[in-house]
Write a protein that binds this ligand. Structure first.
Ligand code: WT7
Length: 656
């Protein structure tokens, strides 16, 4: 029997199913599970600590504390450490603006900027533990502010620049942030998004906010409220040149990032300082094989976890050069990305299946116009990648030369969990499979009862022991933390994904098993969409479902029951679309809306989602059974027929 922290570990290791042995990987994986504390302590020593930990792991399920008693600073790891070496004159950030401008920041420039920004925050009274909201476009000021917060021990919460005022206000109210940092505007496809105006609207709904810092990007005039709104430029004029990094307890939150779950309220996922950094530092070495000369470009928005880990904390902790691109992928022309790869000599390119499918549609003549020969490694994240998109990526972007790392992870996991790890040892790839768990990650596929399934059977993906990157909690909601991740299978982390392992033991991730949609890689809760829809005065009830989309992976289909006496109309449909965009943001735009007189429900009142899905996909129910269903096949068939009739009676489908 093995033990980890205070708990016993049971179950088979995922190595037991392996057909072809991979020497280095197998040895490392085995070692990581045999003596995890020793393994992670070795990894942790790659970072600089002010004080070493007393305990590697304190595990009181479901709460894990990593490197307890240790002290470190995330900004120090990503910046100060490098300016003490020759890397001080190495490029940290190549920034490309949508209009074609370039800003190149060396590590020493980054050091100077981070210190001034940190000083500006301090002079405004921001202290260790305070929450600071960042609502910024993809400009260097965004990572600089993240690092400045980390330097003084403030907890940043980055809000994606595509979110609406209401969505921002929900996050501000939940974190009780006193300060928002925003910009006068953001460039998107040649247009200007009025970020400051949206931030003002959000601030009006958030009593905790008393200051807004405005970064100048577009230069357009914006209303400034006296005493509340401050120009970054003036703050920097007064700022000191150096701020001592705050030695932070390893378990202190580094940031809070909101993500959608199965209720209408997004979850504030917390990440710790020590465990998160150790995990990401190691994972990026294993997966991306980051080298001194790497030029690393992750196309995600910094507003998502991918941006936090894969643009900011992991690559900078390695002293890598990163590319940060501000604008739309296909603006002003559809070869913009390929142009950027050529311009900066990108060696590692990490993007999403949705983007790849979009570029597939534009055609391979666009990448063919560019010299992409610097590329060495490609990565995919956020949703399952279909073998066709994988092949296209491999052939036309990677020139049949670059391995593709299909990386499975989640906002909650902090870093990559299941992925090829060429930095340890290259393994044979299978298009569409995320392959194997990284060292220390005890992944398994289990039945509804929590029994590990034989190879070839679809089940739930779980992680059977804690890992350093794992979320320590949901901000202000310990119950939800237990409920969402640790109660479906007691003592085991529930991912919410379906997966299967093939005859060679490879993991294939099959999509969400819970009420979460993935639209263009963005995570949206059905409950969030439904709450937004029912806030329309004509709507009695609403249910959201997904249908497969050739580019976005999934598209939103909305089923709506109108209040007594209200007839379906094009106007209501348009208003509903506007309502969703306003409450959540443009990613929440429904593809189709069905008006129906009723919604199919189980005896306990749960919406029968697979019926909605079948209708959305124009399929019959047949004898499909899924793991999550509590109704009998007969009942499901009846409800399916009834829904079809109810839709017809109510005026039917209303395509956008
Ligand atoms: C969900 C997490 C973590 C980065 C961005 C997404 C899906 C993520 C893959 C992949 C298949 C994937 C899962 C997961 N997902 N990566 N390589 N293959 N599915 O973070 O918004 O927290 O979403 O994205 O469904 O649970 P997120």
């Amino acid at each position: 029997m093995q033990t980890l922290g205070d708990a016993e570990i049971t179950g088979r290791s995922s190595l037991e199913h392996r057909v072809w042995p991979h020497k280095r990987y197998d040895e490392m994986y085995r070692r990581s599970l045999e003596d995890p504390e020793r393994f992670w302590a070795e990894e942790a020593r790659r970072l600089d600590w002010y004080e070493t930990w007393d305990r590697v792991l304190q595990w009181q399920p479901p709460y894990a504390s990593w490197f307890v008693g240790g002290k470190l600073n995330a900004c120090y790891q990503c910046v100060d450490r490098h300016v003490k070496t020759w890397r001080k004159s190495k490029v940290a950030i190549y920034w490309e603006g949508e209009l074609g401008e370039t800003r190149v920041l060396s590590y020493s420039t980054l050091f100077r900027e981070v210190n001034r920004f940190a000083s500006a925050l301090q002079k405004l009274g921001v202290e260790k533990g305070d929450r600071v909201a960042l609502y910024l476009p993809m400009i260097p000021e965004l990572p600089i502010f993240m690092l400045a917060c980390a330097r003084i021990g403030a907890v940043h919460t980055v809000i994606f620049s595509g979110f609406s005022a209401k969505a921002i206000a929900d996050r501000l109210n939940d974190t009780q942030a006193k300060l928002i940092i925003t910009a006068d505007g953001a460039y998107r496809r040649g247009k200007i998004l009025p970020l400051k105006g949206i931030a003002d609207e959000a601030a009006d709904l958030s009593p905790s906010v008393d200051k807004i810092i405005v970064v100048r990007r577009t230069g357009q005039p914006v209303p400034m409220t006296e005493k509340r709104d401050l120009e970054l430029g003036s703050l920097l004029d007064e700022a000191d040149k150096f701020v001592k990094p705050e030695p932070m307890e390893s378990t202190h939150p580094l940031y809070i990032l909101y993500t959608s779950g199965t209720t209408g309220k997004p979850k504030g996922v917390i990440h710790s300082t020590g465990g998160y950094l150790v995990y990401n530092h190691s994972a990026y070495k294993w997966v991306f094989n980051i080298k001194e000369e790497s030029v690393y470009w992750c196309t995600a928005d910094v507003g998502w976890v991918t941006g936090h880990s894969s643009i900011v904390y992991a690559p900078l902790s390695h002293g890598a050069a990163i590319v940060l691109y501000e604008g739309a992928p296909d603006y002003p022309a559809v070869d913009r990305w390929w142009d950027i790869i050529e311009k900066y000599g990108v060696t590692i390119f990490y993007t999403s299946p949705t983007a790849i499918r979009m570029f597939m549609r534009y055609g391979e003549e666009w990448p063919a116009k560019h010299d992409l020969s610097t590329l060495e490694l490609l990565g995919s994240v956020g949703e399952p990648i279909n073998p066709e998109a994988w092949q296209w990526f491999y052939k036309y972007i990677g020139g049949e030369r670059c391995p593709i790392v299909d990386t499975w992870w989640q906002t909650e996991t902090g870093g990559i969990m299941i992925s090829p790890s060429p930095g340890i040892e290259p393994i044979p790839l299978k298009p569409g499979s995320a392959t194997f768990p990284l060292p220390g990650i005890d992944a398994a596929v289990v039945s509804a009862e929590g029994e590990e399934l034989p190879l070839g059977q679809k089940g739930y993906l779980v992680i059977r022991r804690p890992w350093p990157g794992m979320l320590p909690g949901i901000y202000g909601d310990p119950e939800r933390y237990k409920e969402s991740y640790w109660s479906r299978f007691p003592g085991v982390y529930y991912t919410g994904d379906f997966a299967i392992r093939d005859e060679d033991g490879y993991f294939w991730i099959l999509g969400r098993a819970d009420e979460v949609l993935k639209v263009a890689g963005h995570r949206l809760g059905t409950a969030e969409l439904e709450d937004a829809a029912v806030s329309h005065p004509a709507v009695a009830e609403a249910a959201a479902a997904a249908k497969p989309d050739p580019v976005k992976g999934e598209a939103i289909v909305l089923f709506v029951t109108l209040k007594e006496g209200i007839a379906p109309s094009d106007t209501i449909k348009k208003e509903l679309v506007a309502q969703l965009r306003k409450s959540i943001g443009p990613v929440a735009t429904p593809e189709e809306i069905y008006f129906t007189r009723s919604l199919p429900k189980t005896r306990s009142g749960k919406i029968m989602r697979r019926i909605l899905k079948a209708i959305a996909m124009g399929q019959e129910i047949g004898d499909v059974t899924t793991l999550e269903d509590e109704a009998s096949v007969e009942e499901v068939k009846k409800a399916h027929e009834a829904l079809k009739e109810a839709i017809e009676g109510a005026g039917g489908k209303a395509a956008r």
